[in-house]
Ligand binder design. Structure first.
Ligand SMILES: O=C(O)CCC(=O)C(=O)O
Ligand SMILES: [Fe+2]
Length: 317
């Protein structure tokens, strides 16, 4: 018997996870959630609420700066991190969001010149947030390994060095929600994503190939955990790669902060365990870099204007 209804994403407390009885209950819920959706929420995760609030406040402040201020950190010219307006399209529907990307781990590769120096304190706060989310990711990967009936360190080991990218998403309020979806349907490429969403709502998941969508309700203090493609392959397809999207909102701006945890580029992507009589979901092992390249071949383009010629930073002009 499932412990949650079919159209509900479970909320799992990580408090007391070291206790065997609690761990057994958590494992059961995670297995159910990941086999059906590839997504669940966690509370009592140990990340300081003040750190989360400060990170949200500073991130929000950045997006309300005038365009020229934000464009000082424009990601154009081959930069990997910084600010951009996303204009990826699927059919008639296109992204309605601005993003700031930070490549945070391995920390030796951080390019601080691409990290916005305003608002003051954002860099330091992002470093702190990044470190705490790395700890949380390690904990979740342990729990997920156990939920996949493997030893605790299995998923982390398969990542080689665990990498991390923080993507802050800002969805300006949008009157044309037929044509503009905040972020169209996709799966995340990495192992897991830890997502913080504000109280506006708009994150949705589907388990039936986009016939029906369910809302992932905002929950103060919770993180949403998504299984990504890499996690899906490692589980030999048993855990789904969360099929999700984010709606734009006609009344309110919305903010989310996605922390992607993924393997080192050379890590080999292949199921960690193939059960008797099962087939591997991947025919030949490939590197994560190759897997990512294939997935990303229709990457977002950089542009100030949407397909109707509207300035995306200021649609009324
Ligand atoms: O904004 C959201 O709720 C979802 C963001 C997301 O899916 C992503 O950045 O990959
Ligand atoms: Fe996503």
């Amino acid at each position: 018997m499932a412990t949650f209804t079919d159209d509900e994403i479970p909320v799992i407390s990580l408090d007391g996870i070291e206790d065997d009885a609690h761990m057994a209950a958590v494992k059961k819920k995670i297995v159910e959630a990941c086999e059906v959706w590839g997504i669940f929420q966690v509370v009592d995760h140990g990340v300081d609420p003040k750190l989360i609030a400060d990170m949200v406040r500073l991130t929000t402040e950045f997006y309300y700066f005038p365009p020229e201020e934000k464009l000082r950190f424009d990601m154009s010219g081959g930069k990997r991190g910084g600010f951009m307006i996303s204009t990826r399209r699927q059919g008639d529907v296109e992204d309605w969001r601005e993003v700031v990307t930070f490549f945070t781990y391995p920390s030796r590769d951080r390019k601080y010149s691409e990290w916005p120096d305003k608002p003051e304190g954002w860099i330091k706060k992002t470093e702190e947030f990044s470190e705490k989310l790395m700890d949380l990711a390690s904990k979740i990967l342990e729990v997920l390994s156990e939920a996949m009936d493997m030893e605790k360190g299995a998923l982390k080991k398969a990542c080689g060095e665990l990498n991390q990218k923080i993507l802050t998403n800002f969805y300006p309020k949008c009157s044309n929600t037929d044509l503009e979806l905040g972020l169209p349907r996709h799966t995340d490429p990495g192992t897991i994503t830890i997502l913080l969403q504000d109280q506006v709502g708009g994150l949705q998941a589907t388990k039936d190939g986009a016939k029906t969508w369910i809302n992932i309700p905002p929950m103060e203090g919770a993180f949403v955990i998504n299984i990504g493609d890499h996690g899906h392959y490692l589980s030999n397809g048993r855990f789904r790669s969360a099929d999700h999207r984010a709606l734009a909102n006609p009344k309110s701006d919305r903010l989310s902060i996605a922390t992607f945890q993924y393997p080192t580029p050379e890590a080999i992507v292949y199921p960690l365990k193939v059960g008797e009589g099962e087939k591997a979901v991947i025919e030949d092992p490939i590197s994560f870099a190759e897997m990512y390249k294939k997935k990303m071949s229709n990457e977002p383009v950089l542009a100030m204007f949407n397909h109707k010629g509207q300035n995306k930073l200021n649609p009324s002009t």
